[in-house]
Design a binder for this molecule. Structure first.
Ligand code: COA
Length: 254
């Protein structure tokens, strides 16, 4: 079965991470499938809302680390950037249902969702520094803005997980429910939205986002350039090597 499942019903497109044996980590092929699904959802008048969901035990372990090494994103047309631009510019409502770990892009993609529901086992983390990398998905702009600078600095510099209640407190999460209920709750909310006039949903989202889109896309480009360069540098090589060899990284000389 495919690693990304897409299903549309009653105006709601649901995109499901389906790679449980690798903790729903995301390969270039999965980004490409999600970018295509999001583009299709944008173009299809029958789709009014998109929901991202994982499993009750894990949302996503972020980018597939082996894939990072074998086919790092090099151009703006790389699947990961296509996916990120797709969600950052998506006009209709985006909802995420998050249970268990949401690592790296598993967390940063949530800045581009309009509603986020979390299981009480959700653990959000942006461990870019610990991987010798830098933030992506405009999280270096959107996390300080949403959390406040010091809380964002803690999340982005320390890279440690923060949990559902803290995520709700900083405004990343709308509501916390039991993990077995999070996907169902998100679906129910999506169906409520899908029954509303799409023209009003789109206008309201556009008005709330204001003229922000250009700044977000610009920050993504800026981050993307640093990220691409840092992927090839010694700190990231050491971090990824350590992950593959199941040992602690040694940054003492970097
Ligand atoms: N890329 C590739 N493989 C990954 C992965 C990733 N991001 N995350 C997990 N996996 C794989 C593991 O290598 C392991 O594979 P194996 O069974 O062939 O050895 C399998 O998924 C299970 O992972 P494991 O670490 O044993 O699960 P866990 O429940 O103990 O921990 C996580 C879950 C998500 C906390 C942990 O896997 C993790 O921290 N992953 C890395 C996250 C990361 O740094 N992502 C990059 C962000 S930019």
């Amino acid at each position: 079965m495919s690693d990304i499942l897409t299903h549309t019903d009653a105006g709601v497109m649901t995109i499901t991470f389906n790679r449980l044996d690798k903790k729903n980590s995301i390969t270039a092929a999965m980004y490409a499938a999600m970018a295509d699904a999001v583009a299709q959802a944008a173009a299809d008048p029958a789709v009014r809302v998109v929901v991202f969901q994982g499993h009750e035990s894990i949302f996503s372990a972020g980018n597939d680390i082996g894939d990072f090494l074998n086919q790092p994103p090099t151009t703006q047309e790389s699947p990961v950037f296509r996916f990120l631009r797709g969600i950052a510019t998506f006009e209709k409502p985006l909802i995420a249902a998050v249970a268990g770990p949401a690592v790296g892009i598993g967390t940063t993609m949530l800045f581009h969702c309009d509603l986020v529901y979390a299981g009480d086992n959700a653990a959000f983390s942006m461990p870019f520094v610990n991987l010798g990398l830098c933030p992506e998905a405009a999280s270096s702009l959107l996390a300080p803005r949403m959390f406040g600078y010091h809380r964002a600095a803690e999340a982005l510099l320390m890279g440690e997980p923060f949990f559902a209640e803290a995520a709700q407190e900083v405004g990343l999460v709308n509501r916390v429910v039991p993990p077995t209920e999070v996907n169902g709750y998100a679906q129910a909310q999506a169906r409520k939205l899908a029954a509303k006039p799409l023209t009003s949903l789109i206008a309201t989202k556009r008005l709330m986002k204001g003229g922000d889109q250009q700044a977000v896309l610009q920050k993504m480009d800026e981050e993307g350039r640093d990220f691409g360069r840092m992927l090839r540098e010694p700190a990231a090589k050491e971090a990824f090597g350590a992950f593959m060899e199941k040992r602690k990284p040694d940054f003492s000389k970097l």
